[in-house]
Ligand binder design. Structure first.
Ligand SMILES: [Mn+2]
Length: 439
């Protein structure tokens, strides 16, 4: 191709990009939910009376993240907005208040959403008003509002919002209306989780390969998170846990500054993101690339416990059922006292995702992550996958990430392993508790 043609092509490409409706000023290349999906999320909010509203404040100071409930309902991740939902003649009506365009703000912090066509397109909300008119809105409507379901950043005082409304207005937590919906993942959300899992796979593999030539845990952490970013995850979904030797027994080890135990194990509990969604996967490898007999023995028990736990995931079962199935294997192998945490938690926009404790339903995504920790032996092994509850059972979303003992050895040498699909065992019934949650 001649230089002139190249120039023309470049110009054409630039023109095409210029014509694509710009969303880049808010979330760069990160996926954001289609506005139809955002509309659905808002429409299903259980407001039933015209005298009750849902008010979600984004948060608005430097260093503070926009609250997830705001992002869930608007798709926006920029500061300073307030979303109000209200049912009017049977329909949930959305009103969004956004700060107006402010070059001074943008000079320091970058662009953010402001009232206008772009924000309407992005959020699917027709009524977007300048933030300054929020007080007028409140004065006009306050006499008809008896209940405000409020979601706000922790740093904001409730009285800040109470002053906007009449004295007898009742304030209730918005989580009651939002979190049960966040627990059930849409197809689009599952797609994001799968992308996040795929990136996590690449990160874990890079971590295992790099363990051989690394001295410290943070070197492995860098390999993992470097791979996350190379794959398109701008940051991990939560602080990575990379622990070798005695630190493999510290459930939420995050300092990652210990020396790799050459004869010991390395536990990697990490998650890349896709958009607002995070993965959460754990693999444990032998640092030397070869399991000792004892390590292999423990690994086999944890793996079997995880298989049994996964087999218990189905609609109607509880997280306790899943925990019991996994715990029984560990207890029967004689390690009942070495499994001090729960087996499962929901995962989504938060690594420990929100929602009321209730029986599993299709669309929920939980982790299954049993572990055995023997501090006297500097030996901790955990295996964690993410499981989607389906109509008739479950789907392991992270099934492509190898986890057999042999595969972990092969990972350490850089060899790729494709494992055959393991058959699901029949779940057993038992009871037990699940004390603390794992990240
Ligand atoms: Mn977890």
């Amino acid at each position: 191709m001649r230089v002139g043609e190249k120039g023309l092509l470049l110009l054409l490409l630039l023109l095409i990009f210029a014509l694509i409706p710009g969303v880049s000023w808010i979330q760069a290349s990160e996926p954001i939910p289609p506005n139809k999906e955002l509309q659905q999320r808002r429409a299903q909010i259980g407001l039933f009376e015209s005298d009750e509203i849902l008010l979600v404040a984004a948060g608005g100071t430097e260093g503070e993240e926009v609250i997830r409930d705001y992002e869930y309902l608007t798709g926006l991740r920029s500061w300073g907005g307030v979303l109000i939902l209200r049912r009017i003649s049977g329909e949930v009506v959305s009103t969004l208040f956004l700060p107006t365009k402010d070059p001074g703000f943008e000079m320091w912090n970058g662009p953010r959403a402001f009232p206008g066509e772009e924000s309407r397109e992005l959020t699917g909300i027709d009524t977007i008003l300048p933030f300054a008119s929020l007080m007028d809105w409140a004065l006009k409507n306050r006499n008809q509002i008896k209940t405000v379901y409020l979601a706000k950043p922790r740093s904001q005082k409730e009285s800040l919002w109470a002053n906007m409304f009449a004295g007898e207005t009742e304030f209730l937590p918005a989580s009651r209306l939002i979190h049960s919906h966040r627990q059930i993942k849409s197809d689009w959300e599952v797609e994001q989780l799968k992308r996040a899992i795929d990136r996590t796979y690449q990160g874990l593999k890079a971590g295992a390969v790099n363990a051989k030539n690394s001295l410290y845990e943070y070197e492995v952490e860098a390999a993992i998170e470097g791979q996350f970013r190379m794959q398109g995850s701008p940051a991990p979904g939560f602080p990575s846990i990379v622990g070798s030797g005695p630190r493999s027994c510290i459930l939420h080890w995050q300092e990652n500054n210990g020396e790799l135990d050459r004869d010991g194990v390395l536990l990697m509990d990490v998650g890349a993101r896709s958009g607002a969604y995070t993965a959460d996967i754990t693999r444990t490898i032998p640092v030397s690339g070869k399991w000792s007999e004892r390590q292999l023995q423990i690994y086999a028990v944890v793996l079997e416990a995880q298989r049994q736990g996964i087999a218990a995931v189905k609609p109607g079962a509880t997280q306790r059922d899943v925990d019991s199935a996994a715990r029984r294997v560990i207890r029967e192998a004689g390690f009942g006292n070495n499994f001090p945490h729960g087996t499962s938690h929901h995962v989504g926009m938060n690594v420990h995702d929100v929602g009321p404790g209730r029986a599993l339903q299709p669309g929920m995504v939980i982790t299954v992550e049993p572990g055995i920790y023997i501090p006297e032996e500097n030996l901790g092994i955990r295996i964690e996958d993410m499981v989607l509850v389906t109509e008739d059972g479950c789907e392991v979303l992270s099934a492509a990430i190898p986890k057999s003992a042999e595969a972990m050895e092969a990972w350490c040498t850089g060899a790729e392993v494709v494992e055959p699909n393991l058959k699901k065992p029949t779940p057993k019934k038992s009871d037990s508790e699940s004390p603390q949650r794992l990240r």
